[in-house]
Design a protein around this ligand. Structure first.
Ligand code: AMP
Length: 135
Protein backbone atom coordinates (compact mmCIF):
# COMPACT_ATOMS: atom_id res chain seq x y z
CA UNK A 1 0.00 0.00 0.00
CA UNK A 2 1.30 3.46 -0.88
CA UNK A 3 1.09 5.90 1.98
CA UNK A 4 2.22 9.44 2.67
CA UNK A 5 5.41 7.96 4.17
CA UNK A 6 6.37 6.44 0.78
CA UNK A 7 6.28 9.98 -0.60
CA UNK A 8 8.52 11.17 2.22
CA UNK A 9 10.99 8.35 1.45
CA UNK A 10 11.03 9.27 -2.24
CA UNK A 11 11.30 12.99 -1.30
CA UNK A 12 8.13 13.79 -3.24
CA UNK A 13 6.94 15.60 -0.13
CA UNK A 14 9.15 17.35 2.41
CA UNK A 15 9.92 16.26 5.95
CA UNK A 16 12.28 17.39 8.70
CA UNK A 17 14.70 14.49 8.45
CA UNK A 18 16.86 13.71 11.47
CA UNK A 19 18.44 10.45 10.28
CA UNK A 20 18.74 8.50 7.05
CA UNK A 21 20.58 5.39 5.92
CA UNK A 22 20.05 2.70 3.28
CA UNK A 23 17.14 1.07 5.14
CA UNK A 24 15.80 3.56 7.67
CA UNK A 25 14.46 7.12 7.71
CA UNK A 26 13.65 9.22 10.78
CA UNK A 27 11.80 12.54 10.63
CA UNK A 28 9.79 14.85 12.85
CA UNK A 29 6.07 14.14 13.32
CA UNK A 30 3.91 16.95 11.91
CA UNK A 31 1.62 16.66 14.94
CA UNK A 32 4.17 16.39 17.74
CA UNK A 33 3.18 15.36 21.25
CA UNK A 34 6.27 17.29 22.39
CA UNK A 35 8.96 19.12 20.36
CA UNK A 36 11.35 16.62 18.76
CA UNK A 37 8.71 13.86 18.47
CA UNK A 38 10.25 11.66 15.78
CA UNK A 39 8.99 8.84 13.58
CA UNK A 40 11.41 6.06 12.62
CA UNK A 41 10.35 4.12 9.54
CA UNK A 42 11.73 1.36 7.30
CA UNK A 43 12.25 2.28 3.66
CA UNK A 44 10.98 -1.16 2.66
CA UNK A 45 7.20 -0.80 2.98
CA UNK A 46 5.30 -2.97 5.46
CA UNK A 47 1.89 -2.28 6.94
CA UNK A 48 2.75 -2.49 10.62
CA UNK A 49 5.21 -3.93 13.09
CA UNK A 50 3.61 -7.36 12.95
CA UNK A 51 4.25 -7.58 9.21
CA UNK A 52 7.79 -6.19 9.29
CA UNK A 53 10.80 -8.39 8.66
CA UNK A 54 12.26 -8.98 12.18
CA UNK A 55 15.72 -7.85 11.02
CA UNK A 56 14.24 -4.58 9.78
CA UNK A 57 12.23 -4.22 12.99
CA UNK A 58 15.42 -4.52 15.01
CA UNK A 59 17.04 -1.81 12.86
CA UNK A 60 14.05 0.44 13.58
CA UNK A 61 14.53 -0.11 17.32
CA UNK A 62 18.30 0.47 17.08
CA UNK A 63 17.80 3.80 15.33
CA UNK A 64 14.94 4.63 17.71
CA UNK A 65 17.40 4.17 20.58
CA UNK A 66 19.88 6.55 18.93
CA UNK A 67 17.14 9.12 18.33
CA UNK A 68 16.06 8.84 21.98
CA UNK A 69 19.65 9.30 23.18
CA UNK A 70 19.94 12.36 20.90
CA UNK A 71 16.69 13.78 22.30
CA UNK A 72 17.93 13.39 25.88
CA UNK A 73 21.30 14.93 25.00
CA UNK A 74 20.10 17.84 22.88
CA UNK A 75 16.60 18.58 24.21
CA UNK A 76 17.21 17.63 27.83
CA UNK A 77 14.12 15.46 28.16
CA UNK A 78 14.45 13.14 31.18
CA UNK A 79 12.31 10.42 29.57
CA UNK A 80 11.31 9.06 26.16
CA UNK A 81 8.38 6.91 25.01
CA UNK A 82 8.71 4.34 22.25
CA UNK A 83 5.23 3.80 20.78
CA UNK A 84 4.19 1.63 17.86
CA UNK A 85 0.51 1.46 16.93
CA UNK A 86 -0.21 -1.73 15.02
CA UNK A 87 -3.67 -1.84 13.42
CA UNK A 88 -6.55 0.59 13.34
CA UNK A 89 -7.91 -0.70 16.66
CA UNK A 90 -4.56 0.20 18.24
CA UNK A 91 -4.77 3.77 16.90
CA UNK A 92 -2.72 3.36 13.72
CA UNK A 93 -3.57 5.94 11.06
CA UNK A 94 -0.69 5.63 8.60
CA UNK A 95 -0.29 2.05 7.38
CA UNK A 96 3.46 2.07 6.89
CA UNK A 97 5.33 0.71 9.92
CA UNK A 98 6.61 3.47 12.21
CA UNK A 99 8.01 3.88 15.67
CA UNK A 100 7.12 7.05 17.57
CA UNK A 101 10.03 8.32 19.66
CA UNK A 102 8.55 10.90 22.01
CA UNK A 103 10.52 13.15 24.36
CA UNK A 104 8.88 13.26 27.80
CA UNK A 105 9.10 15.62 30.76
CA UNK A 106 7.90 15.28 34.33
CA UNK A 107 4.24 16.36 34.56
CA UNK A 108 3.93 17.15 30.82
CA UNK A 109 0.60 15.30 30.93
CA UNK A 110 1.03 14.00 27.37
CA UNK A 111 -0.42 10.62 28.18
CA UNK A 112 -2.62 9.89 31.13
CA UNK A 113 -1.05 7.58 33.66
CA UNK A 114 -4.57 6.73 34.81
CA UNK A 115 -5.24 4.16 32.09
CA UNK A 116 -8.13 1.86 32.89
CA UNK A 117 -6.89 -1.58 33.90
CA UNK A 118 -8.77 -4.86 33.98
CA UNK A 119 -9.81 -5.79 37.46
CA UNK A 120 -10.80 -9.34 36.47
CA UNK A 121 -7.68 -11.49 36.33
CA UNK A 122 -9.40 -14.81 36.91
CA UNK A 123 -8.53 -16.04 33.42
CA UNK A 124 -4.85 -15.03 33.47
CA UNK A 125 -3.48 -18.58 33.71
CA UNK A 126 -5.69 -19.75 30.83
CA UNK A 127 -4.74 -16.69 28.75
CA UNK A 128 -1.00 -17.17 29.39
CA UNK A 129 -1.26 -20.86 28.43
CA UNK A 130 -3.18 -19.93 25.25
CA UNK A 131 -0.52 -17.40 24.23
CA UNK A 132 2.33 -19.77 25.09
CA UNK A 133 0.76 -22.49 22.94
CA UNK A 134 0.94 -20.39 19.76
CA UNK A 135 4.16 -18.38 20.21
P1 AMP B 1 -0.16 6.55 13.92
O1 AMP B 1 -1.42 7.00 14.57
O2 AMP B 1 0.69 5.72 14.83
O3 AMP B 1 -0.43 5.88 12.58
O4 AMP B 1 0.68 7.86 13.66
C1 AMP B 1 0.85 8.46 12.42
C2 AMP B 1 1.61 9.73 12.67
O5 AMP B 1 2.07 10.23 11.43
C3 AMP B 1 0.80 10.83 13.32
O6 AMP B 1 1.39 11.18 14.58
C4 AMP B 1 0.87 11.99 12.32
O7 AMP B 1 0.98 13.24 12.93
C5 AMP B 1 2.11 11.63 11.53
N1 AMP B 1 2.13 12.15 10.17
C6 AMP B 1 1.17 12.04 9.22
N2 AMP B 1 1.55 12.65 8.08
C7 AMP B 1 2.80 13.14 8.30
C8 AMP B 1 3.75 13.86 7.52
N3 AMP B 1 3.48 14.22 6.26
N4 AMP B 1 4.93 14.19 8.08
C9 AMP B 1 5.20 13.84 9.35
N5 AMP B 1 4.36 13.15 10.16
C10 AMP B 1 3.18 12.81 9.64
Amino acid sequence: MTTIFSKIISKEIPADIVYEDENILAFLDINPVNPGHTLVIPKEPSTDGLETNPEVLSQIIKIGQRVAQAQKKSLGCPGVNFVMNNGEAAGQEVFHTHLHVIPRYHDDKCFSKAMPTMSDRTKDKETAALLASVI
